[in-house]
Design a protein around this ligand. Structure first.
Ligand code: PMP
Length: 392
């Protein structure tokens, strides 16, 4: 018998069937994927340059234009998650020596500032009061003092459950020769945003929240002014994979014949197409109203349980993700584990600056239902009865 040359045996785990339990994902994302979108992602592959796939990409582009409320020609989906879109936005817009002003009111501003620093741009982080509706005034000073070419801000700060009003910010930025870059990963489809009317220059989101598709594709769009800034670059963007010139061509945004750039995650695109189709069928306004109503029901129920909402002002609350303070006498990890073990429901703790302070409950897309609100409230009532730590 021939002696095998293999020194590493086949892993035992891979010789067992894949295990995927049923769970209700009510954390800050991903949210559950409905059967229609699952089925789309499970369709047989086509080639990434086949006309049918290019057609799906065109439909995705139109779906993003609807969801973002924009006519921008340079609108596409990045092959990657929300972080990938954040990097794509920053590394295409910024060049060494540029100044970017980052609004930090939670985790995502911190991440954007980190990326900006890696790019060698003078990342000036501006701390501001979360949900401050006098935002333009608060940034006026930063715009005058630092003269940034880009201002980054998060619309739905998922780490704290804050919805950031954007009124007047685009206009203010443009008056100061600055572009406005907005992260709407956690808010798109759940709270109103109007890219063109609000004069947002770059907007991006993710597939796995309100759009209910698996993680792995990320809508993004660039205004004419943002495109012009990218065309004026003296150096190439530092990433080939995320080079917007190449991606614009592959997505048919530059009027040139489409060229191979990378093998697109075709099945992720099928899923994203269906997520956008479901949003288009429901209608943006109905989707916003659904998220508002279910969030209001959740907030009332949480208060009735004696819990304290993290964001006091109702209009500053993100309708997709609600943060509630960890009640006195409880460990947040016990509550989360209780919900998972006894109710197969995922909720999560805080993130970045809110770690240890809050529990976060997400109701996004198809998961935003009155029944799911009742389910998570029942599970939390049970947890509050069972998880109190006895005093030492
Ligand atoms: N921005 C916000 C506001 C988010 O909530 C998230 C994900 N939680 C991201 C960016 C990053 O997205 P991803 O995890 O898909 O990379």
């Amino acid at each position: 018998m021939a002696t095998s040359l293999l020194r590493v045996p086949p892993p035992q785990g891979l010789l067992r069937p894949l295990a995927v339990p049923e769970r209700l994902l009510l954390g800050p994302g991903p949210s559950n994927v409905p059967p229609r979108i699952l089925a789309a992602g499970g369709r047989q592959l086509l080639g990434h340059m086949h006309p049918e796939v290019l057609q799906v990409m065109d439909e995705i582009k139109a779906g993003i234009q609807y969801a973002f409320q924009t006519q921008n020609r340079l609108t596409l989906a990045i092959s990657g998650t929300g972080h990938c879109a954040m990097e794509a936005a920053l590394l295409n817009l910024l060049e060494h020596g540029d100044t970017v002003l980052v609004a930090v009111n939670g985790m995502w501003g911190q991440r954007a500032a980190d990326i900006a620093r890696r790019l060698g741009t003078l990342g000036t982080a501006g701390q501001h009061r979360p949900g401050d509706s006098h935002l333009p005034l608060c940034f006026m000073q930063g715009l005058v003092q630092h003269k940034p070419s880009v201002l980054f801000i998060t619309h739905g700060e998922s780490s704290t459950g804050v919805l950031q009003p954007l009124e007047g910010l685009g206009k203010l930025c443009h008056r100061h020769g600055c572009l406005l870059l907005v992260d709407a990963v956690a808010s798109l489809g759940g709270a109103p945003i109007f890219m063109d009317q609000q004069e947002i220059d770059v907007l991006y989101s993710g597939s796995q929240k309100v759009l209910n598709a698996p993680p792995g594709s990320a809508p993004i769009s660039f205004s004419k002014e943002a495109r012009e800034k990218m065309l004026r670059r003296k150096t190439k963007p530092p990433s080939f994979y995320l080079d917007m010139g190449w991606l614009a061509n592959y997505w048919g945004c530059d009027g040139e014949p489409r060229r191979y750039h990378h093998t697109a995650p075709i099945n992720s695109f099928f899923s994203l197409r269906e997520g956008l189709a479901m949003l288009a069928e429901l209608g943006l306004e109905s989707s916003w109203e659904r998220h508002r109503a279910n969030c209001a029901q959740l907030c009332k129920g949480l208060r009735d349980l004696g819990l304290e909402l993290f964001v006091k002002e109702e209009k500053a609350r993100l309708p997709t993700i609600t943060a509630v303070r960890v009640p006195e006498g409880y460990d947040w990890k016990d509550i989360i584990a209780f919900l998972m073990d006894n109710h197969a429901i995922e909720i999560t703790g805080g993130l970045g600056p809110s770690v240890g302070k809050v529990l976060r409950i997400g109701l996004m897309g198809c998961n935003s239902t009155s029944d799911n609100v009742d389910r998570v409230l029942r599970a939390l009532r049970d947890a509050l009865g069972c998880c109190r730590r006895s005093r030492l």
